[in-house]
Design a protein around this ligand. Structure first.
Ligand SMILES: C[S@@+](CC[C@H](N)C(=O)[O-])C[C@H]1O[C@@H](n2cnc3c(N)ncnc32)[C@H](O)[C@@H]1O
Length: 229
């Protein structure tokens, strides 16, 4: 498992020193919400993860939630959905925990490592929605293989998502956009839900802005919605 993590994770784990309150959230709140991977070949028991029953409106996955503002917003809006957020950057996890504490949502579970480990351990056909919002762009050609959106991650998401489930992608990187279109929008398991430019230039109302998006680092954000066939 450790070997898998070394091969797949390309982000940083820590940034500046955590404040005392942030460290305290990591020490006390995180253990109550943390998703622990089962021993192989077992799959994650989603009813157990969400307190003994499957969330009535299904389970959603956010990959690379950053500071968690989108994840926690969705959890507040959809209390009968169980949300699993994956983020290896601990400073972001600490910020997300602060949002969880502030809002009091009880339907979020966190995995503080590479999302691909969770994707391997989730049961097939278990997700009603998945989000990959502003993944690290890796703009240099020799780094494209590090991009999260790849054929193999999309194949795995296709296995995990129920028919009709929505996959939401976003990027503001001018070279990641055509890559996403090439890999995701033409993937045989997904239909791209866009009829015209307004559909990818405008953020849907039930899609709050993320911290990264607000920084406007690279360019104009694009929002892609795809449906599992
Ligand atoms: C550019 S940031 C965007 C964060 C957030 N989605 C936003 O829009 O503010 C990309 C995030 O993806 C996380 N990340 C990178 N590789 C990941 C992986 N394999 N699994 C889970 N998260 C990952 C990084 O740690 C980083 O926080």
């Amino acid at each position: 498992m450790e070997e898998t993590r070394r091969r797949t994770l390309h982000g940083r784990r820590r940034g500046k020193k955590l404040r005392v309150g942030q460290q305290s959230l990591l020490d006390t709140l995180l253990p109550r919400l943390a998703l622990a991977l089962p021993a192989e070949p077992h799959k994650i028991d989603l009813a157990k993860l969400f307190g003994g029953r499957l969330p009535p409106d299904g389970v959603w996955l956010e990959i690379g939630f950053g500071a968690g503002e989108h994840l926690v917003w969705q959890a507040e809006q959809h209390p009968d959905v169980g949300l699993i957020g994956c983020e290896p950057y601990l400073n972001g996890v600490a910020k997300c925990l602060a949002h969880i504490e502030r809002t009091g949502v009880g339907n979020v579970r966190l995995f503080t490592d590479d999302a691909r480990l969770v994707m391997a351990a989730l049961p097939d056909r278990s997700l009603g929605r998945a989000f990959v919002l502003f993944p690290d762009p890796w703009p240099k050609t020799r780094h494209h293989k590090r991009r999260f959106v790849q054929r193999d991650t999309l194949d795995r998401l296709a296995d995990l998502m129920v028919p009709g489930a929505e996959l939401r992608l976003a990027t503001d990187d001018p070279s990641y956009l055509p890559w996403m279109i090439e890999h995701a929008c033409t993937h045989p398991a997904f239909d791209w839900l866009a009829e015209g430019p307004a559909d990818w230039r405008g953020r849907p109302a039930d899609w709050p802005g993320t911290r990264y998006e607000k920084k406007k680092l690279a360019g104009t954000p694009t929002f892609l919605r795809l449906r599992r066939r």
